[in-house]
Design a protein around this ligand. Sequence first.
Ligand SMILES: Nc1ncnc2c1ncn2[C@@H]1O[C@H](COP(=O)(O)OP(=O)(O)OP(=O)(O)O)[C@@H](O)[C@H]1O
Ligand SMILES: [Mg+2]
Length: 319
Amino acid sequence: MKQETQQLPAKRSSTTISVRQLTKNYYLGRTVVPALRGINLEVARDEFVALMGPSGSGKSTLMNILGCLDKPTSGSYLLDGEPVSQMSTNQLADVRNHKIGFVFQGFNLLPWMTAQENVELPLLYSDIPAQDRRRQALAALSLLGLGSRAEHRPMELSGGQQQRVAIARALVTRPTLLLADEPTGNVDSQTGIQIMTILQKLNTRGLTIILVTHDPNIASYCQRQVKFLDGRIVDAHTIVPLQAKELLVQRSSSQANGTEEESVETRERRDGTLSEQQERRAITAVQYSTFAAHIARYHHRCGCRDHDDFDQRGECCQH
Ligand SMILES: Nc1ncnc2c1ncn2[C@@H]1O[C@H](COP(=O)(O)OP(=O)(O)OP(=O)(O)O)[C@@H](O)[C@H]1O
Ligand SMILES: [Mg+2]
């Protein structure tokens, strides 16, 4: 882990967020689903914020809006002082490509691509030569401790490894804002702490982070905890965050004493592949379609915007 942290991106100026009276309604036929009912939220440069709250309370809906993947029904969203609603398509693409890294709830890895190819995807927008794209993807994978898994496809990785590939993909463009929707939701506690160690380190180097979690332990590594209920923020308070690295060190010493709990990966190896695990790995149609909208941009060079234009290998059929 020590060597890997040397590949962390250098500190760059980070990002601020200001959200006022934000609402979001979903429409299902004649039914209106009010997912956000007037959110006010300020996130300062370099902050590390945890969004918490029960299932269906609107956390992912807000994350999608903050990540410019969806638009609010009403209200304002200023990103670095600029109203997102008034940004041109090119400006929005630029923000998504350079400023924001997004870790989706679930993995949303493309199953036919290797870990390295998945991580390279966001770089396909830029004019970075293929060799450099590969090098940067490998560096991001190494940062997450997955350098030796670059050639594996998602189905050949454990749940925790897939989650880390998703985080590597979000970091490969060296964003100033990381939006991570349950980045530790499918990993064992040890991997969760490892991920938080990396995120805390990146945060000290200038990465603004908003992270969704159901786990109070994970939230205790963040500087502020914001709680959602029924589309509203019902509580927000700052805390003195625990340092994940310290816990990691403590755990390694207890492991040396033979008291460490068995990790998920060890258990999976012992038990063979679990059907529950396979289920976790399956990319649902809903997750896939969300991500398909996101990856459509990767094929901008051929002008192809519609996911249906891609074949099973992710190649544009018009080529
Ligand atoms: N595409 C959609 N169409 C209709 N309703 C939606 C859609 N996406 C979310 N919702 C609804 O909006 C509300 C908020 O959903 P959201 O996904 O933001 O919750 P969440 O807090 O992220 O929950 P979880 O912790 O389970 O991920 C829920 O009632 C959900 O059913
Ligand atoms: Mg969610």
